[in-house]
Design a protein around this ligand. Structure first.
Ligand code: ATP
Length: 892
């Protein structure tokens, strides 16, 4: 028999599980051994060996290998072996760089793995979806992706969108009863849920019947495309730039070789030098270093609770000019406590902290017994019934399982001495219309012990008031007339202006046999009972974060489903809004078209009582005004806005799978301050990438120019091939990577956001590369000429001098690259990775000069002490000359 044909008992027996307690952890791990992990097979990965050999596919490296081979055949064994050794070393470096980049990217993937709520050993726990086994009981709510194939055993208005499997985009309503038909298509199995499909409404519980490749999704897994790897705009721009650089480097190399040959240099010698120069000057390592810088930055963001799901977001973060943030949980703590209760003109205060159900009720500062007031009692108990939250006691601490708003109402009732368990003996819940952010209400249908049937609704007071036709005033019911309306409105405003979140409770009696199937039927003609005012304190760190963003030219906008006055009170407290700020309400927003919204959007800092659907319009309006928008969200309906925003941000704790999938950034702590941290990091990563591009390119320009100058001046080769390759390997590689780890400059958050369309060489970078490159080339050739002194006997010595001058000039210049301003504006020891990289590079350069057997391989001779001042002096010129000119220009 198929699972969809079985009744619940049969399913439970067949899967050998327990619907009330779930599997034991021990049983689960046994089953995991038997059934394997709940994962779909992934495609083959590139093997390490293949990756290593792919390092040699670069055309110039192959040419160099061929040229080296020829030189070997011609008897230059030492040169040939040394060059090959360097090429292999270089390939290892490239290999490790790429491996590291790949590893950190896959580590990222691990982090964003989906989790599910499973019942294990009698308790609901969050586990990784891949840990699920057949027999597990799992819970899912609107916005979740179902983690495995399940037989549904509980459905609360559960609807699932199964288009991934069936192609049908209309959600399927799920039931629990068996279906007696052996030949059903997936789309007709209304009591089953399938891995990867999305809960679009309501909630449910299911028992896992198949995992991994055994699921319906697994059967078609071959058809699923592997996600393509992503490149960022900068990476793409660099790829194009790389091509231009290759052509330029090649042309210049050909020029060097041609002039050299015309000036009478040996053809063979010139070709080998030319090819080495080309290999050195082509920045083939750039893409790998960029990936490493990006992924290292991403790791840093993780430490600050921001997980990047899409690499391009790292760059875009640095351009963000507007952050649209949810209020509840992101700007506030989402630790809610009812502090005020209002009904029929009376107001009560409740004390106590957090979710601990200890506190007293006061009326006019006098302690009262809330059970003695019938209306208050009704307000509290209905709030507890229309509720899914649970308060659990763990090691002397009271923790909430469920929605904080509902938790607060539950605790308010418990403080008055009621428990949900005891209420459920008096009332039976027969149906439920779950909360959604668009309706802003939730209702249940209950029967009391005498068989009377009621609708109980709780929701946003202004909305619920609109659905009420009467109101409880003490013991009397009164029509919901104009006076009442004003009184209620005043009460709502009063609570809201104290930054309290307000929830209203209403009810109506219906005849015992009525079956209510639609919420519209339930949620009308209600009797308004009263209000509960809930405090949700702002997160303490947010105020400072908002301020820093403001200084960085980034506007913070609050978007909330909450009441206008509550929203504005909190926004003012956090520095998002001031007295003059514009607040726009959902109902006004709905009336505006996109053009109209665009006209005012720049002045708005709070959007209140909005539905998730409005968020898309807000994103688009800001974008049309030229902003780069970061937008947070957590629910299913937030997904379109998250996707459209330049940086879509999902909440790690409260966010649904769908919101996370649509996002490019996930906040593990749901905290606004983490967005700011990610923006700082995003800005810094981009600046660091600019730093090493600047360093590498200026170095390469210097290397090519030394050779070109020498040929133009009819001098012999100032550097031999192996020296050029050594410079490329040790002087360029290590410090460039260390620049990728540099800390931000002090003014990262004092500058305006970067223009996303700016090119790699924007803000003077091109000039810096060329000017420093020319100076490095000049300094090196001058040092060579001094040492050569027009005497061919000095050639090897002069080449050694040129080699070390070039190395030193680059190693000094690298410190200049740390700042947009000048080398003098930063402490040189501020980046110890760089200091160590420079020291290692220097030692490796000195070794080849002073260690005798290396001298032979590298064609070097020891440098005389008397020449060091000249070398150091010349090597400092490129950096300090321009630092001096910067200071001069500043002092003017
Ligand atoms: P944000 O958009 O900043 O997260 P929010 O949490 O207030 O704000 P919603 O969750 O859409 O936004 O809630 C909108 C309104 O609906 C709330 O102000 C409250 O009055 C009401 N509300 C919230 N949660 C519930 C609930 N569980 N049951 C009934 N009404 C609720």
């Amino acid at each position: 028999m198929n699972y969809h044909e079985m009744n619940e008992k049969e399913v439970e027996r067949t899967l050998n599980t327990d619907f009330s307690a779930g599997l034991t952890n021990e049983d689960a791990s046994k089953r995991r051994k038997q059934f394997g992990k709940n994962e779909l097979d992934e495609g083959e990965k590139q093997s390490a060996l293949l990756l290593f050999f792919s390092q040699f596919k670069d055309f110039m490296v192959l040419v160099l290998l061929a040229a080296t081979l020829i030189s070997g055949l011609l008897g230059e064994y030492i040169d040939a072996i040394a060059i090959i050794a360097i090429i292999i070393l270089n390939s290892f470096l490239g290999f490790f760089q790429e491996r590291r980049a790949e590893k950190s990217l896959s580590a990222l993937k691990e982090l964003s793995q989906p989790q599910v709520q499973a019942l294990r050993d009698g308790e609901w726990v969050k586990i990784l979806s891949k840990e699920l086994v057949p027999g597990d009981i799992i819970k899912f709510v609107s916005g979740d992706r179902i983690g495995a194939d399940v037989r549904i055993i509980e459905s609360r208005s559960l609807e699932v969108e199964e288009s991934a499997l069936t192609g049908e985009s209309v959600p399927v309503q799920k039931t629990v009863s068996p279906i007696q038909n052996a030949n059903l298509t997936l789309g007709d199995m209304e009591n089953m849920g399938f891995m990867g499909t999305m809960v679009s409404r309501g909630s449910g519980v299911g028992v896992v019947i198949a995992t991994g490749m055994k699921t319906a999704m697994g059967q078609i897994a071959d058809l699923l495309q592997n996600a393509e790897s992503q490149t960022t705009p900068l990476q793409r721009r660099l790829e194009q730039l790389g091509k231009i650089l290759i052509v330029t480097a090649l042309l210049l190399t050909v020029l060097v070789v041609a002039i050299g040959v015309i000036r009478g240099n040996d053809l063979y010698e010139m070709v080998l030098a030319g090819v080495s120069l080309a290999v050195a000057a082509i920045p083939e390592g750039l893409p790998a270093i960029v990936t490493i810088a990006l992924s290292l930055g991403v790791q840093k963001m993780i430490r600050k609770n921001a997980v990047v799901r899409k690499l391009p977001a790292v760059e875009t973060l640095g351009c963000a000019s507007v952050i649209c943030s949810d209020k509840t949980g992101t700007l506030t703590q989402n630790k809610m406590t009812v502090t005020k209760v209002w009904s029929g003109g009376k107001i009560w205060t409740v004390d106590g902290i957090g979710y601990e159900p200890q506190g007293k009720y006061y009326e006019d500062n006098e302690i009262i017994d809330p059970r003695k007031d019938k209306v208050l009692q009704q307000l509290l108990t209905f709030g507890m019934l229309c509720n899914h939250a649970e308060i659990l006691q763990k090691d002397d601490e009271f923790v909430l399982n469920g929605d904080p708003t509902e938790g607060a109402m539950l605790v308010a009732g418990m403080k008055a001495g009621f428990t949900r368990k005891q209420l459920l003996t008096q009332f039976e819940i027969v149906n439920e219309f779950p909360f959604d952010s668009t309706r802003k209400m939730m209702s249940i249908v209950v029967k009391d012990s005498s068989g009377r049937q009621f609708i109980v609704t709780k929701g946003a007071p202004d909305v619920l008031a609109g659905k009420s036709s009467s109101i409880l005033m003490g013991n009397k019911t009164q029509a919901y007339g104009k006076d009442v309306k004003n009184m209620v409105q005043e009460a709502i405003n009063g609570l809201a202006s104290q930054a309290l979140r307000t929830i209203a409770i209403g009810f109506k009696e219906i005849s015992p046999n009525t079956l209510i199937l639609h919420e519209q039927e339930a949620e009308k003609d209600l009797t308004f009972i009263g209000l509960q005012g809930i405090i949700d304190p702002p997160r303490p760190e947010v105020k400072q974060a908002v301020k820093e963003c403001k200084e960085a030219g980034i506007k913070t906008v609050m978007i909330t489903g909450d009441h206008v006055i509550t929203a504005k009170a909190i926004a003012t407290e956090l520095g998002i809004a001031n007295k003059r700020s514009k607040v726009l309400e959902g109902k006004d927003l709905a009336k505006m078209n996109l053009k109209e919204l665009e006209e005012v959007v720049d002045e708005v800092s709070v959007f209140a009582r909005v539905s998730p659907e409005h968020k898309l319009k807000i994103v688009q309006a800001f974008q049309n005004r030229g902003h780069i928008v970061a937008m947070t969200g957590d629910g299913v309906n937030d997904a379109p806005a998250i996707k459209t925003a330049d940086i879509g941000i999902a909440m790690g704790i409260t966010g649904t799978d769908v919101a996370k999938e649509a996002s490019s950034l996930v906040l593990m702590d749901d905290n606004f301050a983490s967005i700011k941290a990610a923006i700082i990091e995003g800005r810094n990563i981009y600046e660091n990438i600019r730093k090493f591009i600047r360093y590498l390119l200026a170095s390469n320009v210097g290397e090519i120019l030394v050779m070109l100058f020498a040929m133009l001046l009819a001098l012999p080769l100032p550097l031999v091939p192996i020296q050029i390759l050594w410079v490329n390997l040790v002087t360029d590689g290590l410090p460039a990577m260390a620049l990728g780890l540099d800390r931000p400059e002090d003014n990262v958050m004092k500058r305006h956001p970067r223009n996303p369309s700016e090119g790699v060489f924007a803000r003077g970078l091109g000039w810096k590369v060329i000017s420093r490159g020319i100076l490095i080339g000049l300094a090196t050739i001058l040092a060579f000429m001094f040492a050569y002194d027009n005497n061919p006997e000095n050639l090897q010595y002069a080449q050694t001098v040129a080699f070390i001058t070039l190395v030193l000039a680059q190693l000094i210049h690298v410190f200049d690259c740390r700042s947009e301003k000048s080398i003098l504006s930063r402490n040189p020891f501020g980046n110890m990775y760089l200091v160590w990289a420079v020291i290692s590079s220097l030692v490796l350069a000195l070794i080849v000069i002073y260690v005798p057997f290396l001298q032979e391989i590298f064609h070097t001779v020891p440098i005389l002490a008397k020449d060091w001042p000249m070398i150091i002096g010349l090597a400092s010129v490129p950096t300090f000359l321009l630092a001096g000119s910067f200071l001069l220009s500043k002092s003017k």
